[in-house]
Each structure stands twice: as structure tokens, then as C-alpha cells.
Design a protein around this ligand. Structure first.
Ligand SMILES: *[C@@H]1O[C@H](CO)[C@@H](O)[C@H](O)[C@H]1NC(C)=O
Ligand SMILES: [Cu+2]
Length: 396
């Protein structure tokens, strides 16, 4: 079990980093809103067959059936409450993992955390990083639908939209939020990667619909101040039952820098190959925290700041939904690039080994007990498009 080996996040993030600064070579003319509009228009052309993306898709996925994932703040009150209901539901369904194997896995929600812990070294800083997480989020959305009767689509968090994240519809602590910030406790700032100061939370989340929620798996590679004395897991692999409160330190430290709309647009428009797109997304750039880590450390906390256990933070799915959208926008916003970008695949197969085998588009991806029946082991080349293979969704 690779989870036994605890390496520093800094090391992990730096493994594939080149020395070059963020490539701002092209003049920026498009905003993230422009990019979204173009990507959506092209995605519809792909669906009606007037633009080829090189994928074959079933006729059952079309303009009328495609599911539309929306930004959390754009959901109606009823849609937000329905999402919260479904999240609370999956947190009370029984685990489908072998009994006793993972004592901390008490609910169906915990199954998603365990599988992520198992997969961490082979799905981060690897060729399948975007593909596996797309597949994983879709499995979560599918479980909400099939196991909890969820009627909506998985929402995302548009990073660039909120300059005051603790006051955003996601975190404002209101009845339609995904819980508030953690209560304030004095703690040191983050030291991993590019250091950042502590925010106004750090303690248990006690407000909002997910207030007083507990987590039991991990920590395995927690990043919070040791002075907070977060309980160590009884098992070295992090799978033991370590029931404790969900902590957050929702903060604005990186939202105005590496999550600012202009920076995000530049990231999309200045990387034409998936290799540089992925590495610049995941590795800190010239003192700026990487986009992927920035989303995680804008929530931070326990287990949100723990690369293995982070899906235990319920907003994980909105952050990674946006990451999937960022990739979708990159692949789709230029009509003459849709076909080539859709099938681009580059990188290794293990984050701790830069000379690990190169990932191949035919490599199968695994979800274990999370996969809907008959849908495990789908190759990466069936996960290239959000409207082909097992998927049928777009972003609005
Ligand atoms: C969480 O627990 C505290 C202490 O028991 C209580 O005051 C608070 O109302 C609870 N919050 C929620 C959202 O249930
Ligand atoms: Cu992950």
C-alpha cells in the first residue's frame, strides 16, 4: 500500500516542475467569460455533429439530454438545498468496502475518501491526473443520483468569481451554503509550497448545513499547524477510525493572485500542449502557488489540506469540478484545436517517480467500489470528452 510512504507535498509538487516561469508569451485578449462562451458554443457543435472532436458518442448523448453543471452561486435556492440534501444523504449511506478492512470508512461517503487515498500516488502529477479526477467526480455525482435520488448536476466553484471567499454563497454559513468557515483559532500559516498566512478560521466548522460534521479517515499528510494538536490516526496508513471535527480555514490569500480571472485566462490561452497545461496547473509558478493547490489551500483545514484525504472536505467536489471545467475550457474554446486537444495525453504514471512508465491513452482507470455497475476500468481515451464514453455533461 503506497499510502504508507509519507512524502512532503512540496517534494511531490516539485517533481515535474521545470524551472521556467509561467509562460506569458501571448498577448491576452480573452477573458475567462469569453473562453467559457466559446467552449460552450463548440461543445454544442460537437454534440450536433457540426464540429468533429475525434470521439464516437452514443446518440443518447445530445443537446436535449446533456446534463449542465453550474456554478454553485448560480444555483437557485431549491437547487442548492437539493444538493445539500443529497450530500447529507450519501454521508449516511453504508460503506460498500469490505467490512473491517478500513475501520475509518463508516459511510458511503468515506468510500470515496478511501479510494482517493489508495489512488493518490498514481493519479497526481501523472498523465491521468485530469482524466482520473473527471471519472471520480462523475462517480460521485452518479452516486448522489442513483443512491440518494439527487435531481441536479454536480456544481462547481468558479475560483475567479469571489474575491471574498468566506462571504461567498459556498462558505457564508447560511442555510444554502456548504457550511461556514471554521471557528477562529490562532494558528500558523501554511508552509508547504509557496508559504501563505493563516486566515480567520482554523477551527471546527460549527455553522451552516454541514456544521458539526465529523470526519474519521486520516490525517495522512495533514498540513495544519502542529500546535492545533489534530489527533493522529490510530493506524499509520490513515485508514483507522479517527473521528474528529471538520476544520476549515477559508481564506483570501491566493484568490486574488493565482485564482484571479486574468491569471486563469492566461493559463488557458498560453499553454497549447497538455503537458505544460497540466504541469503549470499543478506546480507553483515563480513564487505563485499552483492553481490546483490554490483551490485546496483557499479552504485548507483538516482534511481539506491533506492531499490523500482531501475529498473528506465536502467542497473538494466543487473545486475539482472547476478543475475539470478549466481543462474542458482549454480543450474546447478554439474550434480548430478541439480535435487535437481532446485526445492529448502526456506524463508519467507515478508521482514519486519522474521516470515512471509513460501513461498511455489505453491505460485503464480504476474506481473500485465507487464505479457504477460495469463501469470500472475505463481506459483514459474514453474519458477524453465530457460528452463521450460514460459522460454526458457540459459546463454553463
Ligand atoms: C454545533 O454544535 C454546537 C455545540 O453543541 C451548537 O451550538 C451549534 O448550534 C451546532 N451547529 C449546528 C449547525 O448544528
Ligand atoms: Cu486528488
Amino acid at each position: 500500500m503506497a499510502g504508507h510512504t509519507v512524502i512532503s507535498l512540496l517534494t511531490a509538487l516539485c517533481l515535474f516542475s521545470g524551472s521556467s516561469a509561467f509562460p506569458f508569451s501571448k498577448r491576452q485578449t480573452l477573458s475567462t467569460d469569453d473562453i467559457q462562451k466559446q467552449a460552450l458554443a463548440n461543445a454544442y457543435k460537437v454534440l450536433d455533429g457540426t464540429l468533429a472532436d475525434g470521439m464516437t458518442r452514443p446518440s443518447t448523448c445530445n443537446k436535449n439530454t446533456v446534463s449542465v453543471r453550474k456554478e454553485y452561486g448560480d444555483l437557485t435556492k431549491e437547487e442548492k438545498l437539493e444538493y445539500i440534501r443529497a450530500v447529507n444523504c450519501i454521508r449516511t449511506q453504508p460503506s460498500k468496502l469490505p467490512a473491517g478492512k478500513y475501520p475509518g470508512a463508516k459511510t458511503r461517503y468515506d468510500d470515496f475518501v478511501v479510494v482517493h487515498m489508495n489512488m493518490t500516488p498514481t493519479v497526481h502529477s501523472t498523465a491521468n491526473f485530469m482524466h482520473w479526477h473527471r471519472y471520480y467526480i462523475w462517480a460521485y455525482e452518479t452516486a448522489l443520483k442513483t443512491e440518494c435520488g439527487f435531481k441536479g448536476a454536480q456544481p462547481y466553484w468558479n475560483w475567479g468569481k469571489y474575491t471574498d471567499l468566506p462571504a461567498s454563497p459556498i462558505f457564508d454559513g447560511s442555510e444554502t451554503s456548504l457550511g461556514g468557515n471554521g471557528d477562529y483559532v490562532k494558528h500558523a500559516g501554511g508552509l508547504m509550497g509557496s508559504p501563505f498566512p493563516a486566515g480567520n478560521g482554523g477551527g471546527c466548522v460549527t455553522k451552516g448545513p454541514l456544521g458539526n460534521l465529523t470526519v474519521s479517515l486520516g490525517p495522512l499528510m495533514g498540513t495544519m499547524d502542529p500546535a492545533l494538536k489534530i489527533k493522529a490516526n490510530p493506524s499509520r496508513d490513515g485508514y483507522g477510525d479517527n473521528t474528529r471535527c471538520l476544520r476549515r480555514d477559508v481564506n483570501n490569500n491566493v484568490v486574488t493572485t493565482s485564482l484571479a480571472p486574468a491569471y486563469l485566462a492566461a493559463h488557458i490561452t498560453s499553454n497549447s500542449a497538455i503537458g505544460t497545461f497540466q504541469t503549470t496547473l499543478q506546480n507553483d509558478q515563480g513564487g505563485k502557488m499552483a492553481i490546483h493547490s490554490s483551490g485546496h489551500y483557499s479552504i485548507w483545514g483538516d482534511p481539506g489540506g491533506d492531499v490523500y484525504v482531501s475529498p473528506g472536505e465536502p467542497v473538494f467536489w466543487l473545486h475539482h469540478g472547476q478543475l475539470d471545467r478549466h481543462w474542458w475550457m482549454w480543450a474546447n474554446y478554439l474550434s480548430d484545436q478541439v480535435k487535437s486537444r481532446t485526445s492529448m495525453y502526456e506524463g508519467g504514471t507515478n508521482w514519486m517517480n519522474p521516470s515512471s512508465a509513460k501513461g498511455k491513452p489505453t491505460d485503464k482507470q480504476w474506481l473500485d467500489v465507487l464505479a457504477p455497475t460495469g463501469q470500472d476500468g475505463i481506459p483514459s481515451n474514453q474519458l477524453f470528452s465530457t460528452t463521450a464514453g460514460p459522460f454526458c455533461y457540459i459546463y454553463a
